[in-house]
Ligand binder design. Structure first.
Ligand code: ATP
Ligand code: MG
Length: 435
């Protein structure tokens, strides 16, 4: 029997996790600056939560969900995105209560699951880092959150970023637009794809997002949602644009942009990159405002805003621009052992050095000293501590700084003493010094 990972999933070996840990921690540092807190949620939820939250007619729910019945006959799904779960947790844990500062700002990171055709940058288990803000419909929230997303990509030195924004308007504007869109599409009914025919009355906005070439040609001449915004929505969108200018964030308005999830209203946005090393017009971040979802999921009317970044695509983008990922750790010390007698002492020594704050590895499999030194080199160790039978007898150890080749014999009991930390810096300076 040969076991293989499931199609569309990936193993992350250390070379990869090094990059991911670095990327995640850099993003988390920025999230903290914007005063976000982390929330960790289950990867599976009631199927119905996603059907209601993401929308029955979305591709995600209608085609891509990993849904199943558990042994208790509960209809469940692996989460295809993060927002529905965060909204559920917000409602279930009564985060809307007065003891929570508003707006509430949460971020999450973790795996998402969609049954899609796997290809480069498209997995069945993929990862997102996302944010959600609850409790304010101030357009400044929209702008601060988009600024955060831009900051994240800029912090990695990604160039050629385009922020694309649009407004879907509030419920009243959307209803008016919906009618106009149905009116426009109905004469073309026979030419539409099967999906779009089905969506025409259920959710005509979806037709604008169709991947079908013929659909796309038809919707090119469709009326623009922006012409149907009422006064409130117009004002909201104008303020968003003004404040983007205030922060000197350049943007484009795409009046035909809709999003793959059904819950958005007013501001929606995508961040695209045209980085020549990555491929034209790739969406690397998407999000927007959703003021009805909390209520839809059973909470009090609460405005929301959020976005999600696909981490696979971000890491690929960074690889494409030859991003210089720093090594996570440099090994401070490698303990070379000569002979079986020193096994116990090597254990104690490595342990003591770690207590002093050093990053330490030791020999475990008793290879020839030359091999061990080569390993120390390969692991990029700063120093080698050599323990042999002779040293053990004298209660000493040899410490060698690999960069200068200088060495010194130390008393083991000095290393085990409380105050070794100070002495150690002195010794290091001596070994590093020129003379
Ligand atoms: P696409 O149009 O590429 O299918 P989407 O609109 O379905 O994207 P969202 O649901 O908005 O994507 O998710 C936000 C981000 O998550 C995307 O921009 C992308 O980077 C990432 N993403 C979405 N689906 C996948 C996937 N199957 N594999 C890897 N990353 C994904
Ligand atoms: Mg998709």
């Amino acid at each position: 029997m040969k076991y293989q990972k499931i199609r569309g999933t990936a193993d992350f070996l250390p070379e990869e996790t090094n990059k991911w840990q670095y990327v995640e921690s850099k993003i988390e540092y920025l999230l903290e600056k914007y005063s976000y807190q982390e929330i960790r949620l289950p990867v599976f939820e009631q199927f119905e939560l996603f059907a209601r939250g993401v929308g029955e007619t979305s591709d995600i729910v209608s085609k891509e969900m990993y849904e199943f019945y558990d042994r208790g006959d509960r209809h469940l799904a692996l989460r295809p995105e993060g927002t529905a779960g965060v909204v559920r947790a917000y409602v279930e844990n009564k985060i809307y209560g007065p003891e929570h500062h508003k707006p509430v700002k949460y971020y999450y990171t973790g795996p998402m699951f969609r049954f899609e055709r796997p290809q480069s940058g498209r997995m069945r288990q993929f990862h997102q880092i996302g944010v959600e803000v609850y409790g304010s419909n101030n357009p400044a929230v929209d702008v601060e959150t988009m600024a955060l997303a831009m900051d994240i990509f800029k912090s990695f030195g990604i160039k050629d970023l385009t922020l694309v924004v649009n407004s879907l308007g509030n419920t009243a504007s959307r209803l008016a637009y919906r009618e106009a869109l149905i009116g426009f599409l109905t004469p073309h009914f026979e030419e539409l794809s099967e999906d779009s025919k089905e969506r025409l009355h259920k959710n005509p906005l979806r037709v604008l997002d169709s991947k079908d070439k013929k659909d796309q040609d038809i919707v090119k001449n469709a009326p623009s949602v922006l012409d149907y915004l009422d006064e409130d929505s117009k004002k909201h969108f104008e303020e968003v644009k003004d404040m983007l200018e205030l922060l000197e964030i350049s943007y484009e308005v795409d009046p035909n942009m809709v999003r793959g999830l059904d819950y958005y209203n007013d501001t929606i946005f995508e961040i695209m990159t045209n980085d020549p090393n990555f491929g034209a017009n790739t969406t690397i971040c998407a999000g927007g405002r959703y003021d009805q979802l909390v209520e839809e999921v059973g909470g009090p009317a609460t405005p929301g805003f959020g976005f999600a970044i696909g981490l696979e695509r971000l890491v690929m983008l960074l690889e494409g621009i030859h991003y210089d990922f720093p090594q996570r750790h440099q090994l401070d010390a490698f303990v070379v052992t000569i002979g079986d007698d020193v096994n116990h002492e090597a254990l104690k020594l490595a342990n003591a050095l770690r207590k002093q704050g050093l990053i330490v590895e030791r020999e475990f499999i008793g290879r020839k000293p030359g091999k061990q030194f080569k390993t120390a080199d390969k692991l990029n160790a700063k120093m080698v501590f050599t323990l042999g039978t002779q040293e053990l007898e004298n209660r000493t150890v040899n410490m060698k700084l690999l960069s200068t080749g200088k060495e010194i014999s130390l008393n083991l009991d000095d290393i085990y003493a409380e105050d070794f930390k100070e002495k150690y810096s002195e010794i290091l300076r001596k070994l590093e010094g020129e003379d």
